[in-house]
Design a protein around this ligand. Structure first.
Ligand code: CA
Ligand code: CA
Ligand code: CA
Length: 195
C-alpha cells in the first residue's frame, strides 16, 4: 500500500519511514530542487495518493500542497517542506487533525463552510469510489452528516474546536475528517534501492 486516505492502517510493510529516510528526503529536496523551492509537480514526486484517476490525484495533491504553502507563494521553501515532512512522518493525531482542518479551510479564515467541506469530500469520494453516478448523492449525504455531527452551535460553519471535538467524539466523523498523505512509490523505491 502507499496511501490510505482515511488513515486506517493496512499492510504497512516497506512503507515505514525512519529518521534516516527523512534525512534522505531532505537530501533529495536539495538535489531535486537546487533552486530551494518545491513546486507542485516536484511535490507530487514525493507525496501522493493512490487513485485510479490522475485528475483526482492532482486535485488532492493541490489542496495538500496549498496547506503546506504557509506564505502562499505557490511553492514550498525548505522550511515549509521540513514542516510538511515532520507532519507527515511524525505528526500526532491532533497535529494531523489541525492540518486536515487547514486543508478543508480553502479561504483560510479559520472556519469551514459547507462549500469548503464539499470540495474536499468530493475529491476524496472520487478517489475512493468507482461508481461516479453515486458520487453526487454520497457527497451531499456525507457533508450533511458531517455538519449534523460537528456543527454544535448550528451556525452552518465548523470551527477548529468543533472539528477536533467532533472527530474525537465520533469515529465515523474522525474517519471523514482526518486526511493523510503518504510518500509515493517513487520515494519508497528510491529509498529501498539505497538500503
Ligand atoms: Ca511558500
Ligand atoms: Ca473557510
Ligand atoms: Ca459551528
Amino acid at each position: 500500500m502507499m496511501f490510505d486516505i482515511m488513515g486506517q492502517t493496512q499492510g504497512t510493510a516497506g512503507t515505514e519511514v525512519t529518521s534516516e529516510s527523512i534525512q534522505e528526503l531532505y537530501r533529495k529536496f536539495t538535489s531535486e530542487c537546487p533552486s530551494g523551492n518545491l513546486h507542485l509537480h516536484e511535490f507530487k514526486k514525493f507525496f501522493g495518493v493512490n487513485s485510479k484517476s490522475a485528475e483526482e490525484e492532482l486535485a488532492y495533491a493541490e489542496i495538500v500542497f496549498r496547506s503546506f504553502d504557509t506564505n502562499k507563494d505557490g511553492q514550498l521553501d525548505f522550511m515549509e517542506f521540513v514542516a510538511a515532512v515532520n507532519l507527515i512522518f511524525r505528526g500526532k493525531l491532533i497535529d494531523k487533525l489541525k492540518w486536515s482542518f487547514k486543508v478543508y479551510d480553502k479561504d483560510g479564515n479559520g472556519s469551514l463552510t459547507k462549500q469548503e467541506v464539499k470540495h474536499v469530500v468530493s475529491i476524496i469520494t472520487k478517489i475512493k469510489r468507482q461508481n461516479a453516478s453515486q458520487d453526487a448523492e454520497n457527497v451531499d449525504g456525507i457533508c450533511n452528516r458531517i455538519f449534523e455531527l460537528a456543527d454544535k452551535n448550528h451556525d452552518s460553519e465548523i470551527c477548529l474546536e468543533e472539528f477536533i471535538e467532533g472527530a474525537e467524539k465520533d469515529p465515523w466523523l474522525m474517519e471523514q475528517l482526518r486526511l493523510d498523505i503518504a510518500p509515493t512509490n517513487w520515494f519508497i523505491s528510491h529509498h529501498n534501492k539505497k538500503s
